[in-house]
Design a protein around this ligand. Structure first.
Ligand code: BTN
Length: 251
C-alpha cells in the first residue's frame, strides 16, 4: 500500500457550519477517499471539545477536517491518532516559527509560548469493534490579530511573531506532517509516536497545578496509560485521570 498522502481530495469552502460536520455529511452521502480534506474560511458553528465553540475570524486561520479510515488501529488505541495529529500540528508550528516554545498539552491542544495555538476535535465512528471512519478537525490560529477577552490564553502565529503567513503553505506542510505520522501508525510504530508525544508534552518535567472537581493540587505528569489517560504524580500517589476529569491551572 502506498504511504498516506494528504489531501487525496481537497474541498475548499468559503463558509460552512463546521468542517467536521460538513465532512461527516458528505461522507454519509457519497464515497470519499481516505485523506479527503474539507477547509473553510469561516465556520458559523465551529465546534471545540465538549460543548465549546471554536473562535476564528473569517479567512484568518486554518479550519479544516481530514477523513481517515484507520482500519489498522483498534478503537481502544484511538489516542494514538490524537497523538499523531497533535505532533503534526506541533511540528508545523515549529517549522514556521523556529526558536519558539512549542508543546502539546494533553490531550489535544498545541501550545505556542505556553498559549493555545491549535485544537483538535477527533470524531470517530465505529463498525463493530473496528473504526469505520475518523474525522480529524483541526483549528490552527495563524493570522488571527486578536482574540476576545474570554480567550486570554489563545494565541496565533501572528501574535507571537508580528508576521502574516500564507495559509496555503501552512496547510500543505501540516498535511504532509499528518501523512508522515499517520504512516507510522499504519506501520504499527505506535510506540515511536507515543515517545515523540511524551517528549513534547507540556508539564512532563515540571510541577504544575491541576484541578479535579473542587480539589486543587500540584503534581508532575508521570506518563499516559495505555488508553491515553493522564497519570499525575502528586508526590503521595500516582493518580489517573480521563479526559475532562482534570483541568490544568494557569496559576
Ligand atoms: C478544541 O480545542 O476545543 C478543539 C477545536 C477544534 C476546532 C476545529 S476547527 C475545524 C474543525 N471543525 C470544527 O467545528 N472544529 C474543528
Amino acid at each position: 500500500m502506498l504511504p498516506a498522502s494528504f489531501p487525496s481530495r481537497l474541498i475548499e469552502l468559503d463558509e460552512t457550519d463546521s468542517t467536521n460536520s460538513t465532512l461527516e455529511r458528505l461522507a454519509r452521502r457519497q464515497h470519499l477517499p481516505e485523506g479527503t480534506v474539507v477547509t473553510a474560511r469561516y465556520q458559523s458553528e465551529g465546534r471545540g471539545q465538549a460543548t465549546n465553540s471554536w473562535f476564528s475570524d473569517p479567512g484568518c486561520n486554518l479550519l479544516f477536517s481530514i477523513l481517515l479510515r484507520p482500519l489498522f488501529l483498534e478503537p481502544r488505541h484511538q489516542f494514538f491518532l490524537n497523538q499523531a495529529i497533535a505532533l503534526a500540528v506541533a511540528d508545523t508550528v515549529s517549522h514556521f516559527l523556529p526558536g519558539h516554545d512549542v508543546a502539546v498539552k494533553w490531550p489535544n491542544d498545541v501550545l505556542l509560548n505556553e498559549k493555545k495555538v491549535a485544537g483538535l476535535l477527533l470524531e470517530a465512528q465505529l463498525e463493530g469493534n473496528r473504526f469505520r471512519q475518523a474525522i480529524a478537525g483541526i483549528g490552527l490560529n495563524v493570522n488571527q490579530p486578536k482574540f476576545p477577552p474570554s480567550l486570554p490564553w489563545a494565541t496565533s502565529f501572528f501574535l507571537e511573531s508580528d508576521r502574516l503567513f500564507d495559509l496555503t503553505d501552512v496547510l500543505a506542510f501540516l498535511l504532509q506532517q499528518v501523512g508522515q505520522y499517520y504512516e507510522l501508525l499504519r506501520q504499527n510504530r505506535q510506540e515511536e509516536v507515543g515517545k515523540l508525544y511524551m517528549k513534547k508534552l507540556y508539564g512532563i518535567d515540571r510541577q504544575i497545578r491541576f484541578r479535579t472537581g473542587t480539589r486543587r493540587f500540584g503534581g508532575k505528569i508521570a506518563g499516559l496509560s495505555a488508553e491515553g489517560k493522564l497519570i499525575i504524580d502528586t508526590g503521595q500517589a500516582h493518580e489517573v485521570f480521563g479526559f475532562r476529569e482534570v483541568e490544568f491551572l494557569r496559576t
